[in-house]
Design a protein around this ligand. Structure first.
Ligand code: GLN
Length: 278
């Protein structure tokens, strides 16, 4: 008789434990779509589970010198596609977005401490993945080459050998110039704008820079600079993603869920049309 009572008690206890675990796991799992909908909070559709968001603020690092993805607006505040995108993500998560303008080269090491995430037209790269976890990709990119309009010498990768090449410090353009062009004299700048200035001043033979900003700088300097495409240089496709802390899978999942919703509901395409294809 006593044995039976114990058996029932044990059974009930395990039932409670199992149910409890389900409830707890359910709480911790970042959800997307309807499941994460928080009734009553306008604009909030994705659960923000990360402890980093408990204060209601998503602190974002960028380098506002990479148009059209980020630049300083007329009011001196960071603006651009990435800024609009991360603000839309913040809205989905029900948090306020605070943007900090920093040097590109210090973004990855600041993720998870000074800033929660970084968005900066940042290419997914295995070296960076030692320090950060990337969100899903949100944009496909490729490097281009900018030269002075009267330069007829630079036409392909081989012709860059031994040349003075300007890049923004720590970018994929820097990696290519440093690792793939024999005897290049690589000059590293804090921003691409400074590299472009030095190209205009005749101190550089070329600047290696992502296609969209390259198009912006070429348009701003018509007749002065020429944009050489990617075709003759054999550059690989690159993919932009948001750099998240390595120890915060909840934040990565929330960012990805918000991104997926923005892609599904047409907001993402709207931002592309507004900032990139305009
Ligand atoms: N996409 C390049 C990189 O990730 C450049 C980014 C930038 O300068 N903002 O290195």
């Amino acid at each position: 008789m006593m044995k039976k009572v114990w058996k029932i008690a044990a059974l009930m206890l395990s039932l409670v434990l199992i149910l409890g675990c389900f409830a707890a796991c359910g709480e911790k799992t970042p959800t997307n779509g309807e499941e994460g909908t928080t009734a009553g909070e306008v604009g909030t559709t994705v659960a923000a589970q990360s402890a980093r968001l408990a204060d209601g603020v998503l602190t974002v690092g960028t380098n506002a010198a990479f148009p059209p993805f980020e630049y300083l607006g007329d009011d001196g505040e960071p603006d651009g596609f990435d800024i609009a995108l991360i603000e839309a993500i913040g809205e989905k998560l029900g948090v306020t977005v605070e943007v900090m303008d920093m040097e590109f080269d210090s973004l990855c090491t600041s993720v998870g401490n000074r800033i929660d995430v970084a968005i900066a037209g940042m290419t997914v790269d295995p070296e960076r993945e030692q320090t950060v976890t990337f969100s899903d990709n949100y944009y496909k990119a490729i490097q281009n080459v900018l030269v002075a309009a009267d330069n007829t010498e630079i036409t392909d990768m081989a012709s860059l050998e031994g040349k003075a090449i300007g890049v923004q410090q720590g970018t994929t353009g820097d990696m290519i110039a440093t690792d793939e062009i024999p005897n290049a004299e690589v000059k590293r700048y804090n921003t691409f704008a400074l590299a472009v200035e030095d190209l205009k001043n005749g101190n550089l033979d070329a600047v290696i820079i992502d296609q969209n900003p390259a198009e912006v700088f070429a348009a701003e300097n018509e007749g002065v600079l020429t944009l050489l495409g990617a075709e003759n240089f054999g550059f690989a496709d690159e993919y932009y993603a948001i750099a998240c802390p390595k120890d915060d899978s909840a934040l990565v999942a929330s960012v990805n869920a918000a991104l997926a919703e923005l892609q599904a509901d047409g907001t993402f395409d709207q931002l592309v049309a507004e900032y990139i294809e305009k």
